[in-house]
Write a protein that binds this ligand. Structure first.
Ligand SMILES: Nc1ncnc2c1ncn2[C@@H]1O[C@H](COP(=O)(O)OP(=O)(O)OP(=O)(O)O)[C@@H](O)[C@H]1O
Ligand SMILES: [Mg+2]
Length: 347
């Protein structure tokens, strides 16, 4: 019988787990809701539904922050629950675990992912990690072992990881603390400042996915129908304290997030400037690969192209490209060389 192998991408907003045996792919919010005494009340998408709606005695926790484990105990509990979900009842199997980890973090932070799985209640055979940008590159169909240079930009929830890969390794990479969550926060702020209405992060995220555009209208297009689109948000008036609602326009939202998107574009330019010229030549030839859930903001590829002069390749289901890469590594033993064991922490 074939070995059981699982692939995991511990994202800040969404965890993705692949179970080779059942060909199962799980993609759920990486959230846990706890009752007093650390009892699990709900987890995943169901817990996210409750977020910002729970009574005081229910604690909602996001155990990954900025791509690293912020709460080991909660992440371990969550992992065990999600693991059960990708396995048939009573078919909980031991197996090998391949974990995608950010590159530009400390060895201790990398090792924490390994320890999390090793210390869980799940029976584990082997654990190996792969750098996220490498899995990402495999996931978008790049031949990572070739000597060609590639630039991958993964815009997630808490972080954006910008990397240049070649010959199966990472030549340079940078992780910046900017992603979808910052955009949601900015949308909350602008609605509060402009309309005195306090909205939740979940509402802000919905506003973003419905209305945000990375490009601002040209002057003659100010009245453009596209930017006049609006959506009604519900929240609380901060002066009266009463429930309130307001139509929020696409123009307001797009203007609010523009500066953050520009910061991101600037970071891409800086990394391009640090890229060795031979690899730059390849990147000019093939373009930049854009992945991660936040790359779905319409107009973002064009904004990057305008700022860098480079072509941008947008991945299909970009939030799943890292786990797609892990799936490929699991199914193709030739790619096994991309996996490694993080150094043990010496305390
Ligand atoms: N259609 C969309 N338009 C804009 N943003 C979107 C869209 N769909 C999802 N997102 C955003 O993508 C982010 C989630 O993407 P992803 O799953 O890649 O992040 P993650 O892996 O959990 O985070 P990280 O990589 O930072 O740890 C969220 O911030 C979400 O709001
Ligand atoms: Mg991610």
């Amino acid at each position: 019988m074939a070995k059981h192998i699982y692939g995991i991408d511990f994202g800040t907003s969404n965890i993705k787990i692949y179970n080779r045996s059942g060909e199962q792919l799980l993609n759920e919010r990486n959230v846990i809701a706890l009752k007093p005494g650390n009892q699990v009340f709900s987890f995943g998408d169901e817990a996210f539904e409750m977020y910002e709606k729970t009574p005081e005695d229910i604690q909602v926790s996001f155990p990954i922050r900025y791509g690293v484990i912020a709460d080991m105990e909660h992440m371990e509990m969550l992992f065990e629950h999600f693991f059960d979900k990708v396995n048939l009842p009573r078919k909980r199997k031991s197996g090998d675990f391949y974990i995608a980890v950010p590159t530009d973090i400390s060895e201790v932070e990398k090792r924490a992912f390994y320890d999390l799985v090793a210390d869980s209640k799940i029976k584990v055979k082997d654990i190996a990690v792969v750098d996220k940008p490498i899995a990402d590159a495999v996931g978008v169909g790049i031949d990572v072992d070739s000597p060609r240079g590639n630039m991958i930009v993964n815009i997630g929830a808490d972080t954006t990881e910008i990397s240049v890969t070649s010959l199966g390794g990472i030549v340079i990479s940078k992780i910046i603390k900017l992603g979808g969550n910052k955009l949601d926060e900015t949308i909350c702020n602008v609605v509060r400042k402009k309309y005195n209405i306090l909205i939740g992060m979940k509402t802000a995220e919905q506003v973003k996915t419905r209305l945000a555009h990375a490009l601002l209208p040209k002057e003659e297009e100010e009245e453009d129908e596209f930017y006049e689109r609006s959506w009604k948000v519900f929240g609380r008036n901060i002066i009266t304290g009463l429930p309130a609602n307001k139509q929020v326009s696409a123009l307001l939202v797009s203007e609010a997030i523009h500066e953050l998107l520009y910061t991101l574009v600037d970071a891409i330019r800086q990394l391009l400037e640090r890229t060795p010229p031979e690899l730059s030549a390849d990147i000019i030839d093939t373009g930049i690969y854009l992945t991660g859930g936040s790359s779905m903001i319409p107009g973002l590829s064009q904004l990057i192209t305008e700022a860098t002069g480079l072509h941008v390749n947008l991945a299909d289901s970009p939030d799943l490209s890292v786990i797609r890469g892990l799936m490929e590594i699991i199914h193709n033993p030739k790619l096994g060389g991309l996996l490694y064991t993080p150094r043990e922490n010496d305390y």
